[in-house]
Design a protein around this ligand. Structure first.
Ligand code: F6P
Ligand code: MG
Length: 441
């Protein structure tokens, strides 16, 4: 599109995009293949010989995919007819149309990184759906569950903290409530460190109680618009008689520890009456290793509910109750697993855009959502967030993200350059975080 900076891409040798495609993605594919191998006997027990053939087929399709990528083959259209297949293939044609004759076809290392990385996960899914009867096998499920179990201690501490807080929440003064809000927002931010795609699918769980580290982590928040979130929600609460509904939408990212931090925040929003309903958006297919699907969402609530500790299981019971009462609503939409930047949503998924417009505040969790908000482009660090959103303004919104990709906007003059000098990899290690808000002043 004219006037916009170039997309991040694996063409830039040595860039994070390049290293992801060269090293991390093959590693993720190898791990997926290994997972299928290790579940052989389970698949056999469930599906017999047919399952064995399907497992072999899925493995060979994944190996073929790995080979295509490592040899930088042209990106091929999806073959299996599914609800989103035509949209994907049209997008591929669009990518092709952007190339000069001499550039040939879109390729793994030459096309926009956001496109090829999303395409990879869609192809992994295709390999599985082409292999019935194991067409509902989630090659990442095991890692997601492991991440949850390895984070038991901090999860327990957070759940107990929330249960204690809820006992006295009605009596808290304005400032105390605000402090708790900020604390739980920060916990949800740092929870985003625990994604499994950055680590190539290897474990990346939270092992210590994060509540004790928040003060020390504050200087690592490069953009902090939390005051604006507070003023938006608290002023609505004060005029609740005129505005009986405050809806906060959370576009979820990773399952496991991060999802717990998001549900704790969502519970607090209801309990404190800062919101009256919370809507969640997850992924319809396994995505970027650890992203939340409806299965993960329900599984995690059930696991929390089954905890032997009363304080913890109480959270699970409450969360299930919110879902049943319609105060928490989970939405699926295939748009979240398409390669488009969010500015394309009104054209590609007008129904989803209309749904998001009903929110009073939308929280976008994680790095991939940030890349899609800003189009995954080589923006100057000082470009205003509003501009980088490129017309995507369904409702006031806030990105809550730890930095894991080489794109960042809305910094102060010199801030990015200074960080580059002192820490060349500050954009991609997940060490730094942002709360970046866009909405009326
Ligand atoms: O493959 C690496 C990576 O794509 C990041 O650069 C990316 O954006 C991240 O994985 C996923 O992070 P998150 O779970 O925070 O969206
Ligand atoms: Mg993720």
């Amino acid at each position: 599109m004219a006037g916009l900076p170039a997309s991040l891409s694996g063409q830039d040798v040595g860039s994070f995009a390049y290293l992801t495609i060269k090293d991390r993605i093959p590693q993720i594919l190898t791990k997926a293949i290994d997972t299928l191998h290790r579940h052989k006997s389970e698949i056999f027990e469930k599906h017999g010989e047919k399952g064995m053939e399907a497992e072999k087929k899925a493995i060979s399709l994944l190996s073929k995919l790995r080979n295509e990528l490592q040899t930088d083959k042209p990106i091929t259209p999806l073959v299996e007819k599914f609800a989103d297949t035509d949209i994907w293939n049209q997008y591929l044609e669009y990518q092709q149309s952007l190339l000069n004759e001499s550039d040939g076809k879109p390729r793994w290392f030459h096309s926009p990184w956001l496109f090829v990385e999303c395409y990879l996960y869609r192809r992994i899914h295709e390999a599985v759906i082409q292999s019935p009867p194991i067409d509902d096998f989630d090659v990442f499920r095991e890692s997601k569950e492991q991440n949850f179990f390895e984070s038991q201690e901090p999860i327990m501490a957070l759940c107990i903290h929330l249960q204690e807080l809820k006992k006295t929440i009605e009596d808290l003064g304005e400032n105390q409530l605000k402090n708790e809000f900020f604390k739980l927002l920060q916990i949800s931010l740092w929870g985003n460190k625990c994604d499994l795609s950055l680590s190539g699918g290897e474990t990346s769980s939270q092992k210590v109680n994060i509540m004790n580290s928040l003060e020390g982590l504050k200087p690592l928040i490069l953009v902090n618009d939390t005051e604006r979130l507070w003023s938006l929600l608290s002023s609505r609460k004060k005029t609740r008689e005129d505005v009986p509904i405050t809806r906060v939408d959370i576009v979820l990212d990773n399952s496991g520890f991060e999802l717990v931090t998001d549900l704790i925040l969502a519970d607090f929003l209801l309990s404190s009456k800062l919101a009256t309903e919370v809507h969640f958006y997850g992924k319809t297919i396994p995505w970027f290793v650890s992203d939340t699907t409806i299965h993960d969402f329900n599984w995690l609530i059930e696991e929390v509910k089954r905890s032997g500790h009363k304080g913890v299981s109480g959270c699970g019971v409450d969360w299930e109750g919110y879902v049943k009462a319609g105060r928490w609503v989970y939405h699926d939409h295939m748009f979240w697993t398409l390669p488009h930047a969010f500015c394309a949503m009104p054209q590609v998924a007008p129904d989803l855009y209309a749904e998001l417009q009903k929110a009073h505040l939308i929280l976008f969790k994680g790095d991939l959502n940030y890349r899609k908000l800003t189009g995954d482009r080589k923006w100057e660090f000082t470009v205003p967030f509003h501009q980088a959103l490129n017309g995507f303004h369904p409702a006031p919104l806030c990105s809550i993200r730890t930095l894991k990709a080489e794109t960042q906007v809305g910094l102060l003059p010199g801030q990015g350059e200074q960080l580059t000098v002192s820490e060349p990899h500050w954009l991609t290690t997940g060490k730094y975080g942002i709360f970046q808000f866009d909405g009326p002043l």
